[in-house]
Design a protein around this ligand. Sequence first.
Ligand code: MN3
Length: 201
Amino acid sequence: MTEFTLPPLPYGADALASRHMSQETLEFHHGKHHQNYVNTLNKLVAEHPEFANSSLDEIVKKSYNKNNPVFNNAGQHWNHSFFWKSLSPQGGKIPGKLEKKIIEDFGSVDAFKEQFCKAGASQFGSGWAWLVLTPQNKLAISKTPNAVNPMALNEGKALLTVDVWEHAYYLDYQNRRAAFLKNFVDELANYEHAESLLSEA
Ligand code: MN3
């Protein structure tokens, strides 16, 4: 049977503190919240043999709108694993190829950042904002509630995400989600990783 594990952070827990995501936030978010989704997913998969021996991607797709407890934990495991890769201690710098595509599809880098932040700010309650490459090969912004992601919705390939649930920012920003999102696009976002996914597509 597939046993899912918590992926280690791709940087130290204190590596983003100078970019306004504290060690305490990362330790709780990764070590407690994400670990809990992994543990619950393993327990649920053991109880639902139809998901045994499936990859995480397959479980996300098969359980969406079919088995909410499995989907919620599989989706959150997928989304958080992707979120850690969407952050970087050298974040905020947009490499050339991605910048060119952003300007083509949004008009300007500022317009992209504005739309991305607006999506995150307007997601009521918990959820995610995404930069996606659509099947038509266009960049697009998406927002999803709770554990939902672009793969479950068949919206295209996720390039970048930010968690807008309060546990992602409350210790550092209290209720100021807009300030957290602005800091994400300017200081934290791993655009190098987004560009590498764009190149693979
Ligand atoms: Mn979270």
